[in-house]
Design a protein around this ligand. Structure first.
Ligand SMILES: [Zn+2]
Length: 292
């Protein structure tokens, strides 16, 4: 499941290869991918628009839409709008370089954006939980109103350990549930929560309200480190290989996981076998001797 580092890697690909291009034609073959407003609204929202920027908020990709080109005097510029993409379980954005028309369309391709340089941006999603939608309801920072409930993004806004501590002290939830709550921090999911807990030497099953201030500060630093290293490695691609970047390349941070997906394997710190338990309904990996 793509989390912040994977989505950030896709964002960087969009920034480098897609921003500046104009959408010439949109084909929707999977209605579930555009369930928020239907295919007509997506096509109308994207046709002729310039892909002006690529940003991210948590696990959401935001592509700013510029005006049509050439300007049409009969149709005034629409207000600021954005294409929002959420990959969820298995969604992929794939860039097919020109001439894209000759490149076979992969199974589970639900949306195709034909760009003005002959390349194509394709949305592929076997499990169909992902979605794309166009919205004009943006706040002053260009963030869609529907994402207003998200907490700060660790990369965009940074992690404020004092705020984390204030939030933690009032909760009864497990540390794991706290970390994957998108209102606490946007973009952290199961994998990076486990890795950050290991690095902070805290068990994911601990009650977050029972953590000491120094432990929460340690956790904030661990999150920063883990997310930063994972972004630098292009994210994690697990055995299901669902996550790949815009060019179809896997990430490499899975080679540096300390606990996630390593049940029964020796802890990198002490050699004790890594354990996997369920915490707040989520599979959680930890070392029973290094983490307290
Ligand atoms: Zn250990």
């Amino acid at each position: 499941v793509p989390e912040l580092p994977e989505v950030e890697t896709v964002r960087r690909g969009l920034q480098d290869h897609v921003v500046g291009r104009r959408v010439d034609h949109v084909v929707v073959t999977g209605q579930r991918s555009v369930r928020r407003h239907g295919s007509d609204a997506l096509i109308a929202g994207l046709n002729g628009r310039r892909l002006a920027s690529a940003s991210r908020r948590g696990k959401y990709l935001l592509v700013g839409l510029g005006g049509s080109s050439p300007q049409c005097r009969w149709h005034p510029e629409p207000g600021p709008q954005a294409l929002v993409v959420h990959l969820r379980m298995s969604g992929q954005l794939r860039l097919v370089r020109a001439p894209a028309g000759s490149v076979a369309v992969a199974a589970h391709t639900h949306v195709r954006l034909w760009l003005d340089d002959g390349s194509e941006l394709r949305f592929v999603d076997p499990r169909t939980f992902g979605e794309l939608f166009v919205t004009g309801e943006l706040d002053g920072r260009g963030v869609p109103a529907v994402l207003a409930g998200l907490g700060p993004d660790p990369l965009v806004e940074g992690i404020d350990p004092e705020r984390l501590w204030q939030l933690a002290t009032r909760r009864r939830a497990s540390l794991k549930a706290f970390l994957i709550d998108q209102a606490v921090l946007a973009g952290v999911g199961n994998l990076y929560a486990d890795e950050a807990c290991f690095r902070a030497r805290l068990r994911p099953g601990r009650s977050v309200g029972g953590l000491r201030r120094a432990e929460v500060f340690r956790l904030a630093r661990a999150l920063e480190e883990v997310l930063g290293e994972a972004v630098a490695a292009g994210g994690s691609t697990l055995r299901d290989a669902r996550y790949v970047d815009l060019d179809g390349h896997p990430g490499s941070f899975q080679d540096h996981h300390a606990v996630y997906g390593r049940e029964g394997e020796p802890c990198l710190g002490c050699g004790h076998p890594i354990r996997r338990i369920r915490v707040s309904g989520r599979s959680s990996h930890f070392c029973p001797t290094c983490q307290r």
